[in-house]
Design a protein around this ligand. Structure first.
Ligand code: ADP
Length: 374
């Protein structure tokens, strides 16, 4: 015991020197002050951050560093120190010698004498002005982006919504014309009328998709609820029953969990993914299997098909708006289905991706959603 005390006392000067060197070389300001807020020590970091040399400030009140709008917090910090409390990573403003106001993060601890009495405070101040500037620039550009996004959404919504009505009139009139006057129309005119009907139908689908995309990132009916995805899948398959019959598809599914989402959004997702599995079928009748696994608070769904597959190099591109790998004559479509799915899934905090696909050997699409209760 005695020898340990002697050896630790022997090491003291070296340890103190090392400590002093660390304090001096720190990038942070390391300052000590007494309980009246009089500066006792001041390292090189403090010189760099606040612009005063030690000779200029030791013995002066720390309030010379106060930013006019934050004068009070110095007294509040000293009060805490007097009560033996610590202050950690407190972000505030201080004024440099040249008058510039800087952002600092302060950690302050009480300093005690040998008897344990609090005699002052040691303070570490980190200059976080750059971080604050970057944060506020980031926030500003985020706000701008959000506003621009909202503008685009509002525009896309009202444009597609308002276009629906005249388009419906065109489609209906063309259909009526075809039905009532088909016999009177000669070769070329009949073909042109068919082109108008077809074009109007295609435009209606496209506008429907734009509308779906514009509204996909909106909660229109209050917060999401726990929905039974078995039931939702059944509803989506019901909407697809024409295509299922026509393609002679076999659709199977494992037990699916409850997830937190708006029901009609999940119908859209299943309908798009299963619809694609039917549309991009190979030479065999389509086989589609939907399953899900649960981990932590997430459900991971897979939609596996035996269709034409996708070259893996397009795995990211297919989620881009209007991106298609085929011409309209090969397969109809707007190139918006997967973008709509992605926008919906991400709205609920999930992710969607092409898991595995080999051209000619089918595809697996996966997506995650927060688990619900049920
Ligand atoms: P669309 O089907 O209207 O073209 P999507 O956004 O739904 O738009 O799909 C984008 C592209 O991804 C499609 O054009 C197609 O090339 C490819 N794709 C999507 N799903 C499948 C699938 N199950 N099998 C093969 N290719 C697919």
């Amino acid at each position: 015991m005695a020898s340990r005390r002697i050896s630790s006392r022997k090491q003291l000067p070296a340890a103190s020197l090392r400590l002093a060197a660390i304090v001096e070389s720190s990038d942070d300001a390391i300052i000590s002050e007494d309980l009246n807020g009089i500066i006792m020590t001041w390292n090189k970091g403090a010189e760099r951050i606040f612009g005063y040399t030690a000779a200029e400030v030791v013995g002066k009140p720390v309030s010379i560093l106060a930013a006019p709008e934050r004068r009070d917090d110095m007294f509040a910090i000293l009060d805490k120190i007097r009560q033996g409390q610590h202050v950690e990573h407190y972000e505030t403003l201080r004024r440099r010698k040249d008058g510039e106001i800087i952002h600092v993060s302060l950690s302050v601890s009480p300093v005690r004498d040998r008897s344990g009495r609090i005699i002052g405070a040691s303070k570490i101040a980190r200059d976080i002005t750059d971080r604050k500037r970057i944060e506020s620039e980031l926030k500003r550009s985020n706000d701008e982006l959000r506003r621009a996004n909202q503008d685009v959404e509002t525009f896309a919504y009202s444009a597609s919504h308002d276009l629906q009505e005249p388009l419906r009139t065109i489609a209906l009139s063309a259909q009526l014309l075809e039905r009532r006057h088909r016999e009177q129309l000669q070769g070329d005119a009949r073909k042109l009328l068919e082109t108008i009907v077809e074009g109007a139908n295609r435009m209606q689908n496209l506008i429907g998709d734009i509308l779906a995309y514009a509204t996909a990132a909106k909660y229109t009916q209050g917060p999401p609820t726990s929905v039974d995805s078995n039931r939702v899948l059944a509803a989506a398959l019901d909407n697809l029953k024409g295509q299922i019959q026509e393609s002679d598809a076999t659709i199977t599914s494992g037990p699916l969990p409850f997830v937190l989402i708006h029901e009609n959004r999940l119908v859209q997702v299943f309908q798009n993914l299963v619809g694609n599995a039917l549309k991009y079928r190979g030479t065999e009748s389509p086989l589609v299997h939907i399953s899900a696994e649960e981990s932590d608070s997430w459900a991971e769904f897979s939609v596996v098909d035996n269709g034409i597959g996708i070259d893996q190099k397009f795995a990211a591109q297919i989620f881009q708006l209007f991106k298609r790998l085929h011409t309209r004559t090969e397969y109809p479509g707007s190139g918006m289905g997967l973008s709509i799915c992605q926008r919906i899934i991400e709205q609920y905090g999930g992710r969607i991706w092409l898991e595995k696909s080999v051209a000619g050997q089918g595809s697996t699409f996966c997506f995650t959603l927060p688990l619900g209760v049920g």
